[in-house]
Design a protein around this ligand. Sequence first.
Ligand SMILES: [Zn+2]
Ligand SMILES: [Zn+2]
Length: 380
Amino acid sequence: MKTMTEPKPPLVVSNVIFFVTVNLLGFVAAPLYGLMVGFSGWAWLAAAVIWIASGLSITVGYHRLWSHRTFRAAWPLRLALAVFGTFSLQNSILIWAARHRVHHRHVDDVDRDPHSIKSGFWHAHMGWMTRHWKTSEVNFDEVPDLQKDPIVMWQHKLYWPAVWTLNLGVPAGLGWLAGDVLGMILLAGAFRLAFSQQCTFFINSLAHTWGRRGHSLDNTARDNGWIALVTWGEGYHNFHHAFQADYRNGLSWWHFDPGKWLVAACNWVGLARELKRTAKFKVQRARLQVRFLELERRLASPDALTTWREVFEREYQQFRETVNQWQAVQAERVQAGADAVRDRWHKIEFRTRYKELEYRLKMQGRRLAALQRNLQPQPA
Ligand SMILES: [Zn+2]
Ligand SMILES: [Zn+2]
């Protein structure tokens, strides 16, 4: 699509003016003001609160609730997520989700993915918003479900007045109360907005460039704990692209995923329900598949020992058997129907069978890791 010979589409003038203004105000004017005049404690507090609330609303609301439907939310939660999400100036929920669903379905495709990393780092980061690219067009047919959500439609209709009220009106009002109008607008308005936008944009650029691909080699998405730190947990992007229906992005308890924690907390107080989780076995299966692919590549080299190739074949055979058995248990459970859920004996019987199969994959994962280390070129 974007070859050197082809003329680039025209600029989206309003977006360019917006990005230049916000970044100049946020990254140049605000630090200068801070150095020369200084900010009040209230300005720092307001900036922090709005930064956290708006960032979490994009992660939990725009992304995991509306784009991927990973859980269901009661209307007070949806309202709060819509209002605070508007602070982030990333377009309405409807537009955001429509583009995001296309990103997942056609990830890396330069002709369809709105911010394909294959069109370059800058394009994926911000370039896709600065020109009238064909791939940046919005197709509302992607979001028929969201068009039935009155809160989503209300936010879409009132989006621009709400943006100005929240990003300029609220900081100005708070500044007036705290006696620091300009400081509040620069810190809680401009700097907070410019900073949070850059962090989010890194998910499309950096999280498709830098990090591990432990769950799938099918696309460029990466797992990166550093990016998770500034994006409320969205840095585990390889897992997310592999299992987009899961409300979690960071799977382990030690993964920094405040988005996941907030959804769990909302579930606990009754504001969120039907949280979707990927079966543990499926995650393990995906991880092993990646390991097998990596091993296969390494064993393809002519100097790989035949004995290791045989070990590989044996392991892969065993892996397939475990997967087949798991599928059989799944089928049996469907057949058992209500019994499998109600009856105590059935419940425990199924649970132990799942656990056994999960354990088998876990141990196989350890063996494959050891095998990978064995195949590492030894220092002479
Ligand atoms: Zn997503
Ligand atoms: Zn992505």
